[in-house]
Write a protein that binds this ligand. Structure first.
Ligand code: SF4
Ligand code: SF4
Length: 326
């Protein structure tokens, strides 16, 4: 290691230490939000098999969230004064939910929900009528993709759907432009095992770079290779690295104070991050059986936070989670 790289590491470590300490003393750090954010996993079905995902390990039933449970969730969340809602999933692709647009329209009938969107591969956009899609009230999409050809896409996503997905993305961008860009489209580039110069030179990346405001070349150069292995359930390829395991004694994860997730079965979790089978200590109840507000303000969640904070009783799933937010 050279002197300058040792120095760089030292500076990075010092910055982290400062953030780590000051974060602990931040005002309201251990106070739950009055009204949480809410993610609704409208379906846990996904046909991809990404190298860093526990989709293939998931044993819970693959199903869309029942529409009754969905409307109950949205109505109760609106009554709580909720404003921050999305269709992000733990596992799944909302584009495979047959009632996606119906659900989006249902959410957007409440003026307080000004934005709505989700992360998707876009592999299934062609199934939808685009006029209906744009009219549904969805305001943003974050598209996970690689843009360096079919082979690398297949290696990452586990499915041979590059051409179709690329076509869907190009179509979406053009249709969005035609309509005056009502939809915020973010392209989330995933890492591949090839030299970065091959990625940034690729004709598809260059083409897309001319179509969006994002600087895709810069994004490709900054693609994050640090991920989580879902508590050891996923064996990562060599080019992906595990995020560091940040110390967490007596310091509950920020996500336990921020929001709730409703899984496709109706189970409600304190964090959607790693619980691919929706079976961990973070499951608080079922939306079919309890009011959402009661779950947010209830004993189960308060106990999780308190036991971690005062007795260092870290829930099993949080012990080795590399998405822990300090
Ligand atoms: S990361 Fe998303 S797209 Fe990939 S397999 Fe998992 S759920 Fe599907
Ligand atoms: S440590 Fe991980 S699983 Fe636990 S609440 Fe935080 S992000 Fe979720």
């Amino acid at each position: 290691m050279t002197g300058s790289s040792i120095l760089r590491r030292g500076v990075k470590a010092a910055k982290f230490a400062r953030r780590y300490v000051s974060g602990y003393f931040e005002r309201g750090r251990f106070t739950p939000r009055d009204v949480p954010k809410l993610s609704i996993e409208t379906t846990n079905i996904c046909n991809a098999d990404c190298v860093f995902c526990a989709n293939s390990k998931m044993t819970r039933r693959k199903e869309p969230l029942s529409f009754d449970a969905f409307t109950k969730t949205v109505d109760e969340f609106a009554a709580m004064g909720g404003t921050d809602i999305d269709f992000n999933v733990t596992i799944g692709d909302p584009l495979l939910d047959p009632k996606l647009l119906e659900r989006a329209r249902y959410v957007r009938q409440y003026p307080q929900f000004a934005s709505l969107g989700f992360v998707t591969t876009l592999q299934w956009l062609h199934r939808w009528n685009l006029d209906e899609f744009f009219d549904s009230g969805i305001t943003w999409l974050s598209v996970s993709i690689t843009l360096s050809g079919r082979e690398k896409y297949h290696a990452f996503f586990g499915v041979d759907l590059y051409d179709r997905t690329l076509n869907n993305l190009v179509t979406l961008i053009r249709e969005n432009d035609k309509r005056g860009r009502p939809l915020g489209i973010n392209i989330g580039l995933k890492p591949t095992d090839e030299p970065i110069e091959d990625v940034v030179r690729h004709a598809d990346l260059r083409l897309l770079d001319t179509m969006v405001d994002q600087d895709l070349v810069a994004e490709a150069r900054n693609t994050n290779v640090y991920v989580d292995d879902w508590l050891g359930a996923v064996t990562l390829p060599a080019y992906l690295k595990k995020r560091p395991l940040i110390p967490r004694p007596f310091r509950p994860c920020r996500l336990l104070y921020t929001g709730l997730t409703v899984y496709s079965s109706g189970k409600v979790g304190a964090c959607a991050c790693r619980d691919f089978d929706a079976s961990s200590d973070l499951i608080l109840g079922r939306v079919q059986d309890q009011p959402l507000e009661g779950i947010w303000r209830g004993d189960a969640l308060a106990r999780l936070r308190k036991q971690w904070r005062t007795r260092n009783a870290v829930p099993d799933i949080c012990q080795s989670c590399r998405h822990y937010l300090y």
